[in-house]
Design a binder for this molecule. Structure first.
Ligand code: NDP
Length: 335
């Protein structure tokens, strides 16, 4: 068995040398345990934000889809696939009660439900955590109404691309903010977005005025920082902001966050509502989100893209590339 451990704490953008692969011997199974072999592993932005809490030498945190190869636990029989927070490992022994104990709160391991013809890997994306984050984080916090204008940052990523399509399903006008014109065009051509803003250009305000001349009702914020301050300026009266992530600050030192413009005056004048959320708040309703997304995928209303990196030995590369924005849709690794 192999796993990734933290060799050096990240400073700025993660480097290949910050993580290293080590071998581990696994003991024989005890009663109540099962052995699972990783098939797909997820690389997510929170791993960058969370890693400063991990002691050096600790296994890198993460969720995976694994095949149960041996079992002494009747709820997790051999041959089934399980989603678990088993970290960056090729093989895991679990009791099924919780994931490994490092990392942010996570769903206990569960057998991958029957998705019919759909790929197994969707359980790490649209039919898993990013899908439920998009579903609950958008619908519960933004409370969108038909005809409203919705803007999403990191719009071409796992969560953002799903939020945009849910907003379309709900009858909204949807603008995606992303780091390249190619990605923006992709959103319009493939996911039905109505427009995009390229945040890497210096004319962001002009772009916003053009794509949302009447202002923005709902903002799903994956990014924070200066682009968020600019977007908030364009919100309409009583607009709602769902704070899902802050990826623009993940590579900075936690104690010295980036300086951004003051948004309070806009919040005050327009009487905006801004609310943060964590997907674990909705764990008891996870399958409500997964089942709804599954239905939309089957009906062709929710399209889904993955960026797949081959090989466990390329996990760090996949992680770095996702943070650099090389992915469209969910970034995963196939063992
Ligand atoms: P994505 O698939 O969206 O990948 C990250 C994307 O972020 C990149 O593709 C890149 O796209 C963009 N990005 C990277 N750096 C910056 C930057 N400095 N400024 C603006 N954009 C940047 O990841 P996820 O969909 O998994 O996650 C998106 C966000 O949602 C993250 O902030 C994450 O932490 C958060 N999240 C929160 C959850 C919650 O419970 N609250 C649960 C899951 C995710 P581009 O080319 O456009 O720059």
């Amino acid at each position: 068995a192999r796993k990734y451990v933290l060799a050096k704490h990240f400073e700025g953008a993660p480097k290949e040398s910050d993580l290293k692969i080590v071998e581990e011997e696994l003991p024989p199974l005890k009663d109540g345990e099962f052995l699972a072999e990783a098939v797909y592993l997820s690389v997510d932005p929170y791993m960058r934000a969370y890693a400063y809490k991990l002691p050096l030498g600790e296994t890198m945190v993460g969720t995976q889809i694994a095949k149960i190869t041996e079992s002494k636990n009747k709820n997790f029989p051999a041959g089934k696939y399980v989603v678990g927070k088993f970290d960056w490992r090729t093989h895991t022994i679990s009791t099924g009660d919780t994931g490994t104990n490092q990392g942010p709160a996570s769903h206990p391991p569960y057998i991958v439900p029957d998705f019919g013809e759909l790929p197994l890997s969707y359980a790490l994306g649209v039919l898993g955590m990013p899908g439920t984050t998009a579903y609950f984080g958008f619908l519960e916090i933004c409370q969108p109404k038909p005809g409203e204008t919705v803007i999403i940052t990191a719009a071409a990523g796992a969560v953002g691309s799903i939020v945009g399509q849910i907003a379309k399903i709900k009858g909204c006008r949807v603008i995606g903010v992303t780091g390249s014109n190619e990605k923006g065009q992709y959103l319009m051509d493939n996911f039905g977005f109505d427009g995009y803003v390229n945040y890497k250009c210096d004319d962001i305000e002009q772009q916003l005025e053009k794509v949302a001349p009447e202002g923005i009702d709902c903002y799903f914020d994956n990014v924070a920082g200066e682009i968020s301050s600019k977007i908030i300026k364009y919100m309409k009266m009583f607009g709602r902001i769902s704070v899902c992530g802050s990826i623009s600050s993940y590579n900075t030192n936690v104690n010295t966050p980036p300086k951004v413009s003051c948004v309070q005056l806009h919040m005050l004048r327009k009487q905006l509502r801004m609310q943060g959320f964590q997907n674990y708040l909705f764990y008891n309703r996870s399958f409500e989100g997964i089942n709804q997304n599954l239905q939309w995928v089957k009906e062709g209303k929710l399209k889904y893209t993955e960026t797949v990196t081959q090989g466990f030995e390329n996990m760090t590369k996949a992680f770095i590339e996702m943070l650099e924005g090389k992915n469209i849709g969910k970034a995963i690794v196939k063992v």
